[in-house]
Design a protein around this ligand. Structure first.
Ligand code: SF4
Length: 280
């Protein structure tokens, strides 16, 4: 069973919930899909055993051939190539590695090479969490390529907890698309409600069952609760707004370290989700 933990808005406590779920089960695979800013390792402290570089094929231009690369610049939809006279400027961060400029450019003058864009790391957290994370190199825009590499390593026969990137863009869709169930973490504020509504639309379109955990319960107003009630969306749990939880978080400790009662609560949440998934 794959449970993803997502949130339309960043900073709502998504990683807090994902880590608490993993620590409750203790025997699972945990995947940090937030490859642009992975931080779950700060809380799970895995012993990293294996790192694989993620590369893409990118062009390079033989500029001493007196050939024009204007057709490459005209072709590139991502504006990764600019041609000024017989000069060519290549913006590697914008290149999507489609290979088009090699096909349309002067024969033999555009070649390809492997370029590293990030890495995936595998580790272990006792007693039984297989940890996997992706890390995109700063300034790079190939988030889905690193996430694709993570997807190849999903342990489908294990319990899998996925910590998604914030928002509702392609990288979030990539992270939730294999889920049996998605937990949306939000906070009871106008921003939290707005971004929750967008996330709900995405999950409905993807036909992925979901429920909501309200974090920092006690701040803001009742609009998130009312929205969930009016739309028949299950609120799975409410995590109180407690300065001590934030203090634990700042020390790299989890909700379960703060109060072991959360271990039972998250175990119950997983059992409920399992029942719901099996019903379908
Ligand atoms: S490989 Fe594709 S994306 Fe990259 S520079 Fe060439 S045409 Fe543009």
């Amino acid at each position: 069973m794959i449970i993803s933990v997502a949130s339309g808005k960043g900073g709502t406590g998504k990683t807090t919930v994902a880590v608490a779920l993993a620590r409750s089960i203790n025997y699972c695979q945990f995947i940090d899909y937030d490859v642009e800013a992975p931080n779950a390792s700060l809380f799970l402290k895995p012993d990293i055993k294996y790192i694989k570089k993620v590369t893409i094929r990118q062009p390079y231009f033989l500029t001493n051939t007196d050939k024009s690369f204007k057709r490459c610049a005209d072709f590139c939809h991502y504006n990764a190539v600019a041609s000024i006279g017989d000069e060519v400027v290549f913006f590697s961060e914008l290149c999507h590695g489609c290979g088009g400029c090699i096909l349309v450019g002067p024969e033999g003058a555009v070649r390809e090479k492997d370029v590293e864009i990030g890495e995936i790391s595998k580790g272990f957290c006792p007693p039984g969490i297989n940890f996997l994370m992706g890390n995109l190199k700063p300034g790079n825009m190939r988030t889905p390529t690193v996430q694709n590499e993570l997807e190849k390593n999903i342990e489908y026969d294990n319990h899998v907890i996925i910590d998604c990137p914030p928002g509702t863009s392609c990288s979030m869709v990539m992270s939730v698309k294999n889920s049996d169930f998605c937990i949306l973490v939000t906070e009871p504020t106008p921003f939290g409600l707005n971004d929750l509504m967008i996330s709900v639309d995405v999950l409905k379109n993807l036909k992925i069952p979901f429920g909501v955990i309200v974090n920092r319960f006690g701040i803001g107003n009742d609009e998130v609760l009312n929205y969930c009630k009016n739309n028949n969306i299950k609120i799975i749990a409410k995590i109180p707004n407690d300065l001590n939880i934030a203090k634990y978080y700042s020390k790299g400790l989890s909700l379960i370290d703060f109060d072991p009662i959360w271990k039972n609560k998250f175990n119950d949440i997983i059992s409920e989700i399992e029942k719901e998934v099996l019903k379908k």
